[in-house]
Structure formats: C-alpha cells, structure tokens
Design a protein around this ligand. Structure first.
Ligand code: IMP
Length: 186
C-alpha cells in the first residue's frame, strides 16, 4: 500500500475518487470503441499530463489502436497566449488516419486549439479531442470537446498525471488544494 508523506497530502482535498475515475474512463473507452470501430485510430497523447489517463483509456478500448506522444512548452513570457513550441513531436505519420488527441485538462482551450490546428495540417482522415477534465468556465476560445471525462470547477487540480511544480502526478485520484495552501500561479 502506497503512502504519501502527511506533508504531501495534508493540503489536498479529493475532487474525483479513484473509483469514479476508473468508472468514467471505462465509459469513455466504450464510447470511443463504438465510434471508431474498424478505423485506423491513433491516439496522440500530450506529455506529461495525460500519460496516465492515456494509458488507462487505451486499456479500456476494445478496438485496434496505436499511440504516439507529443510534448509542448509555452514560449518564455507567453504563457497563456496559446503560442506553444513543440518540444517532442509524434514519430508516426497521421496522414489518412483517424486521430484522437488526448489531453489531461482543457482550461482556456488555447493549447488544445493550437494542437488541433497543427494536427489537421497533416491531412489526417479526422481529428477529435478527448479530455479527461474540462474547466469549461475558463474557456476563452470556441473548442468542441468530443469526449469529456468530467467538467470541473475553476480551481487548480493535481493527480492522475497532473502536477503542481512537477509533484503529485502519481496521486491515483484528482485533488484540489485547500484554500491558501498553494500560491496562485498558473
Ligand atoms: P489551456 O491552454 O489554458 O487550455 O491549458 C491547458 C494546459 O494547462 C493543460 O494541458 C495543463 O497542462 C495545464 N493546466 C491547466 N489547468 C490545470 C490544472 O488545474 N492543473 C494542472 N495543470 C493544468
């Protein structure tokens, strides 16, 4: 049984339990399997935040699927502008294939919107978006989310792949910080 140091979890409050996550990921897996059927599906998972979700989602799929990974970072001083730099690109060609972009969380929508544009330029058969969490109240750009795990309130979340200063990614549930326990940085 894994135990976190009291200092690590003292300031956290569970938002979505491990059981609820597993249940919802299974539902998404069934829905996506049903939509894609025999198609040539490739998951493009965004590092690092979506790696745990993507791994669980992939195991919940009952169809043939490939996976590749992409990593981005905001240009220095332009955080929140939607201008990102691809620091690791996918290695497979997506031309003519059905792509599912898998994100941990959609906040303003700028990052996912940019990535959808980049992927569409490569002539795939289709590109859809799957996000575990949707902070829809903070959206500043119109962005259809095809498969959504949960809508979450406008609060910073960690766990299940998501971090605060690179920590908490290994929490098996999703948590928020109790008021005043985290300096307000995004
Ligand atoms: P957006 O471009 O504003 O939609 O930002 C999306 C990205 O910001 C996500 O892929 C995360 O990496 C990060 N992010 C946004 N909100 C949170 C959060 O509450 N916890 C952890 N990361 C977050």
């Amino acid at each position: 049984m894994k135990s976190f140091l009291p200092d690590e979890t003292r300031s956290l409050k569970t938002l979505i339990t491990q059981e609820r996550l597993q249940e919802r990921v299974s539902e998404l897996g069934a829905e996506i399997s049903e939509s894609y059927g025999e198609k040539d599906l490739i998951i493009v998972a965004m590092l690092k935040g979506s790696f745990i979700f993507a791994a669980d989602l992939m195991r919940a799929l009952t169809i043939t699927v490939n996976i590749d990974f992409m990593s981005i970072s905001s240009y220095a001083g332009q955080t929140g502008s939607g201008v990102v730099r691809i620091t690791k690109d996918i290695e497979e060609s997506i031309t003519g294939r059905d792509v599912l972009l898998v994100e941990d969380i959609i906040d303003t929508g700028l990052t996912a919107s940019y990535l959808m544009r980049v992927l569409k330029q490569r002539n795939p058969a289709s590109v859809s978006l799957c996000a575990l969490l949707d902070k829809s109240a903070r959206r500043i750009i119109d962005l259809p989310v095809d498969y959504r795990g949960f809508d979450v309130p406008d609060t910073f979340v960690v766990g299940y792949g998501m971090d605060y200063q690179q920590r908490y990614r290994n929490l098996p549930y999703i948590a928020t910080f109790k008021t005043g326990e985290r300096s307000e940085q995004r």
